[in-house]
Design a protein around this ligand. Structure first.
Ligand code: ATP
Ligand code: MG
Length: 417
C-alpha cells in the first residue's frame, strides 16, 4: 500500500500554495509597516527550553510535545510554540537591552500532539510578533494593532478581540489565594486535571475546556477585582489607547491564556466563522519569561496567530483571492524542429519577467491549444512550421483580441504592459 501522511499533518497542494503566499505576503508587509524584523530559529530545541518556560502542568508540556532522545542522548523537542525559543535566541545573542525596543516577528511550523480535527493539527503554522524591552502599555497596544492590521488586510471584519488583565505578581498572589479557596469549596465538581492544577497553578483551571469545570468557573472570583493600583493603571492605559484608536474589544474577565509566563494584558482573537476552534490567535505580556530562561529581567509582549485557522476564516467568508493563471504565456509549437526556437522565445520572455510554459509532451497542435486554455494563459505564441523561412511568430492576446506576427527581435523590444 502506498504511504499516507502522518495523522494531523497536511500537504499544501500546488492548487492551494498561492493562498499561503498571499497570507505570508500580508504578514511580511504588515510586520514591515510596524518596523518588526524576522527571527528564524531551529525547528527543535532542548526540551528544557519549553518545559521550563511553559510549565510542567500545561497541556502542551504535559501531553502534547513531540520529545525524543537523539543518538547522542540529548532530550530534544519539536517546538510547540515560538515565544520560549525566541527568548532563548534573544538571550543567547544578546539582542535585547533596556534602552531600545526589539521588534521581532516569526512564521513557521509548530508541533503539538493533539486530537486532530478541523482547525487543529499536529503540525500547524503560526505567525507571531514580539515587542521586547518596553514595560509600558503602549507596547501591548502596538502588538495588538499589528495583529488587527493583518486581520483587516485579510478582510476579516467579523472577529472579536477579548481582553483581560491578570495583573502583576503581587495582584495575582492575592487573587490566587481567593481563587483556590473558592475552587476547593467546589472540589467535587472539578475534573481530575483541575483538582491537580488547583495546587500548582490555579489560574489554569479558568482555562479548562471541561464542562464541569466551566460551570464552577462561571461563578469564580474574577482577577480584575484584585488588581493593585499599578496593574489597574497599566490596564486602563491599554484600554484608553485602544479606545482612541477605535479598536473594539470586549473585556473577558476569565481569560487567562494557557501558558504560565503571562502577566498584565492578555488577549485573544475569536471568529464565529470557525465553529468549535473559534480562537485564531492570542497573546499577552510576559515580563517574567526572560529571567525564567536564565536571562536578565526583560519586559516583553507579543501574540501568535494560527495560520491554518486564518485561512479557514478567509475562505469561509469568501475573501480568498482567486489564483493567478499558472502562466502568462503559452507556446504553441507546430513542429518539433522548432523546439530550439521555442526555448529561445521563452528565454526572451523570462528576461521580460513574463512567466511562460511550453509543451513537454509533444502534443498535437490542437492538444497544445487545449492545454493553453486549461492553464488560462492570457497570451499564446504560435511558432509556425515555416518559421525558418518567415522568421515570424504569432503573438495573441486573448482578452485584448490582439493578434500580430512579429520577429524574435521585435519580441525582445516588445512593450508589455
Ligand atoms: P486552543 O485553545 O485552540 O487550543 P491555544 O491556546 O492552544 O489554542 P496558542 O498556544 O495560544 O493556542 O496558539 C495561538 C494560535 O495558534 C491559536 O489561536 C490557534 O489559532 C493556533 N493553534 C494552536 N494550536 C493549534 C493546532 N493544534 N492546530 C492549528 N492551529 C493551532
Ligand atoms: Mg491548545
Amino acid at each position: 500500500m502506498a504511504y499516507q501522511s502522518v495523522k494531523g499533518t497536511n500537504d499544501t497542494l500546488p492548487s492551494k500554495s498561492y493562498q499561503w503566499h498571499y497570507i505570508e505576503d500580508i504578514f511580511r508587509k504588515s510586520a514591515d509597516l510596524f518596523g518588526y524584523k524576522e527571527l528564524r530559529t531551529p525547528i527543535f530545541e532542548k526540551t528544557e527550553v519549553f518545559s521550563r518556560s511553559l510549565g510542567e502542568e500545561t497541556d502542551i508540556v504535559g501531553k502534547e510535545m513531540y520529545t525524543f532522545e537523539d543518538k547522542g542522548g540529548d532530550m530534544l523537542t519539536l517546538r510547540p510554540e515560538m515565544t520560549a525559543a525566541l527568548v532563548r535566541s534573544v538571550i543567547q545573542h544578546s539582542l535585547a537591552n533596556e534602552v531600545s525596543d526589539l521588534r521581532l516577528w516569526y512564521f513557521g511550523p509548530f508541533f503539538r500532539r493533539e486530537r486532530a480535527q478541523k482547525g487543529r493539527y499536529r503540525q500547524f503554522h503560526q505567525f507571531g510578533a514580539e515587542c521586547i524591552s518596553s514595560p509600558n502599555p503602549e507596547a501591548d497596544v502596538e502588538v495588538i494593532q499589528l495583529a488587527v492590521e493583518i486581520i483587516n488586510r485579510l478582510g476579516i471584519d467579523d472577529y472579536k478581540l477579548l481582553l483581560n488583565s491578570i495583573g502583576n505578581t503581587e495582584s495575582r498572589k492575592v487573587y490566587k489565594e481567593e481563587l483556590v479557596k473558592y475552587l476547593k469549596s467546589h472540589n467535587d465538581k472539578l475534573s481530575a486535571d483541575s483538582r491537580n492544577r488547583l495546587e500548582k497553578n490555579p489560574l489554569r483551571v479558568l482555562d479548562s475546556k471541561d464542562s464541569g469545570d466551566r460551570e464552577v468557573v462561571e461563578n469564580a472570583p474574577v482577577i480584575l477585582d484584585y488588581l493593585d493600583d499599578v496593574s489597574k493603571s497599566h490596564f486602563d492605559q491599554v484600554k484608553n489607547l485602544l479606545d482612541q484608536l477605535g479598536i473594539p474589544y470586549e473585556i473577558e474577565d476569565k481569560l487567562v491564556r494557557g501558558l504560565d509566563y503571562y502577566c498584565h494584558t492578555v488577549f485573544e482573537f475569536q471568529s464565529t466563522a470557525l465553529g468549535a476552534q473559534n480562537s485564531f490567535g492570542g497573546g499577552g505580556r510576559y515580563d517574567g519569561l526572560f529571567s525564567q530562561l536564565g536571562g536578565k529581567d526583560t519586559p516583553a509582549v507579543g501574540f501568535a496567530m494560527g495560520v491554518e485557522r486564518l485561512l479557514l476564516i478567509v475562505d469561509e467568508i469568501g475573501k480568498m483571492p482567486r489564483p493567478e493563471p499558472d502562466c502568462e504565456f503559452y507556446i504553441v509549437n507546430k513542429s518539433e524542429k522548432n523546439i530550439p526556437v521555442s526555448f529561445k522565445i521563452q528565454d526572451i520572455l523570462r528576461r521580460h519577467c513574463k512567466s511562460v510554459i511550453s509543451d513537454l509532451q509533444r502534443r498535437s497542435v490542437k492538444g497544445q491549444f487545449k492545454e493553453s486554455g486549461k492553464l488560462n494563459a492570457p497570451y499564446t505564441i504560435t511558432i509556425h512550421d515555416d518559421y525558418p523561412e518567415t522568421g515570424k511568430i504569432t503573438l495573441k492576446h486573448f482578452d485584448k483580441g490582439i493578434q500580430e506576427d512579429i520577429s524574435l527581435e521585435e519580441l525582445e523590444n516588445y512593450k508589455f504592459d
